[in-house]
Design a protein around this ligand. Structure first.
Ligand code: NAD
Length: 502
């Protein structure tokens, strides 16, 4: 078995331009197919915080690479499923431990290719490790039930069987945590996996693959094919040997994949966009509410599917809340995620930066007040976008209705709780929703009536625990199977009922 990826760490800061393509030992992501590291790295990824610095190189996979990876996964699957679940779990736990050992290196690579702060990246690596260890420990947990039968001398048991080969397609914003939280439940259930990570963040998924391989995962059980969505992702979705596909990414891409998978009745799980709202009521503490909103809106540079992007405030708290939120926004200083002082890292790409700028500019041109932020930055330089707080904008402005995926929050006034709840629910999305209030009655009512898969009371809309179900409704999610926690196992298995007579 060969392994060239990520073996040494030369002075990466000196690797620029054409020299970079030869310095592949440190920055190269390769395909992992049947236990072999393969592929000519031909695609460069530059650091969004340092435009001249190379962050990663990766190969552009082909349909042939996908075919080879699925073949390997198909061959490996029966043997993997036959391994006792605690033995499968032990490998996942060992891989999680390796991620912790390698946390500092992986987090730095993650910052260079994605742009978030080092603290956020370290937290993400820790999350990926914890997810592997959580699902690894479930190798010892009971599955299925023993049920009474109406027939004499008969016992009924239920079993969960693996689907077979799972296809995974993942986005750049949590480049190691999302691959981990899909891979771990798939593997512990006895499936094998082919993953296509996001093009912008190939190194993070490579680190996950290295940890799994070094922990002793048999060849072919976990395969990685890098490359373009419409080439590699499309080939993965269309292959009839893929029994189930879990996708996280934009709504448009997800809905297209759903059509492909539905056509051959393969199982599909989609986690897609969000336009997460928070309702701030008069009885809330304005400073605490501002901190909750700012953490949800500006943490992770606003590049989280669960990020807060619209806020509805009742009239009594509006002035104090806006003043506090503007102060909070100022505290989210931008900078290179590796320098330690920045509270907000770089936006992931020029395209995303321009999208953030356009959203703020358009809102201002339509009469919005920009209380904090700017849309003047030059997207050819380092991609630092200041936290933006918009108010006085029309309810139908795109900044209120469309996902921006940047550190931009729109604050609108509503007459009362009922009007705020109606505004929260007036969205094509339904991933997370929040309320800031001291009223237990209204918080309880909100939890019941808000149309979102995750409800946060006096807590930021972003930020999730790993042991509980996660997913949305409407255009945010397929709203069938949930991710994370034990409920994640449902997607990766099918149920069987066994009658046993004596
Ligand atoms: P994206 O949809 O552009 O890409 C996601 C993945 O799909 C990438 O790996 C990409 O290469 C692949 N892809 C693109 N086109 C494809 C095609 N035609 N066929 C198959 N695969 C294709 O999304 P992104 O820009 O990487 O991520 C941002 C989006 O992800 C946002 O909309 C965000 O809300 C969403 N997201 C959702 C969640 C969630 O849990 N709901 C979590 C994180 C991100």
């Amino acid at each position: 078995m060969t392994s060239t990826a990520l073996e040494t760490t030369p002075d990466r800061n000196t690797i620029t331009g054409q020299n970079a393509i030869t310095a592949q030992n440190a920055l190269t992501a390769q395909h992992l197919i049947n236990g072999q590291w393969l592929g000519e790295a031909d695609t460069q990824r530059m650091n969004p915080a340092r435009p001249e610095e190379l962050a990663a190189v990766s190969p552009s996979g082909t349909a042939g690479d996908v075919d080879a990876a699925i073949t390997a996964a198909k061959v490996a699957q029966p043997g993997w499923a036959a391994l006792p679940a605690p033995s499968r779990g032990a490998i996942l736990i060992a891989a999680g431990n390796l991620l912790i050992e390698r946390q500092a290196t992986i987090a730095e690579d993650l910052v260079r290719e994605e742009g978030k702060t080092l603290a956020e990246a370290k937290g993400e690596v820790k999350r990926a490790a914890d997810v592997l260890r959580f699902f690894g420990s479930l190798g010892w947990a009971a599955t299925g039930e023993v049920l009474p039968s109406g027939l004499p001398d008969t016992t009924i048991t239920t079993r969960r069987e693996p689907l077979g080969v799972i296809g995974l397609i993942t986005p750049w914003n949590f480049p190691i945590a999302i691959p981990a939280w899909k891979t771990a439940p798939a593997l512990i259930s006895g499936n094998t996996v082919v993953i296509k990570p996001a093009e912008l963040t190939p190194l993070s998924a490579t680190h996950l693959a290295r940890a799994l391989q070094d922990a002793g995962l048999p060849a072919g059980v976990f395969n990685v094919v890098h490359g373009k969505g419409r080439v590699v992702g499309d080939a993965l979705a269309r292959d009839p040997r893929i029994a189930g596909m879990s996708f996280t990414g934009s709504t448009n891409v997800g809905l297209g994949l759903q059509e492909i998978l539905n056509a051959r009745r393969a199982r599909v799980q989609l986690e897609m966009g969000g336009k997460n709202g928070v309702l701030v009521l008069d009885d809330a503490d304005p400073r605490k509410a501002a901190q909750v909103v700012a953490a949800g809106a500006f943490g992770l540079t606003g590049q989280a599917c669960t990020a807060t992007s619209r806020v509805y405030v009742t009239p009594g708290i509006r002035p104090a809340f806006l003043e506090a939120l503007t102060e909070e926004a100022a505290a989210y200083t931008t900078g290179d995620g590796l320098d330690g002082n920045a509270r907000m890292g770089a936006v992931v790409s020029k395209q995303q930066f321009e999208q953030d700028q356009a959203a703020v500019r358009t809102a201002v041109e339509r009469g919005a007040t920009l209380l904090h932020g700017s849309y003047d930055g030059d997207p050819s330089g380092a991609l630092f976008f200041p936290a933006a707080v918009l108010t006085d904008l029309p309810m139908d402005d795109a900044a209120v209705t469309e996902e921006i995926f940047g550190p931009v929050v729109a604050v609108l006034e509503v007459a009362d709780y009922e009007a705020g709840l109606e505004a929260i629910n007036d969205s094509r999305y339904g991933l997370t929703a929040g309320i800031c209030t001291d009223s237990l009655a209204l918080a309880t009512d909100f939890a019941a009536r808000a149309q979102a898969g995750v409800i946060k009371v006096n807590r930021p809309t972003a930020g999730l625990d790993l042991n509980v179900p996660f997913g949305g409704v409407k255009d945010s999610s397929t709203n069938t199977f949930r991710e994370q926690g034990r409920s994640a196992l449902d997607f990766y298995t099918w149920g069987k009922t066994v009658y046993t007579g004596v």
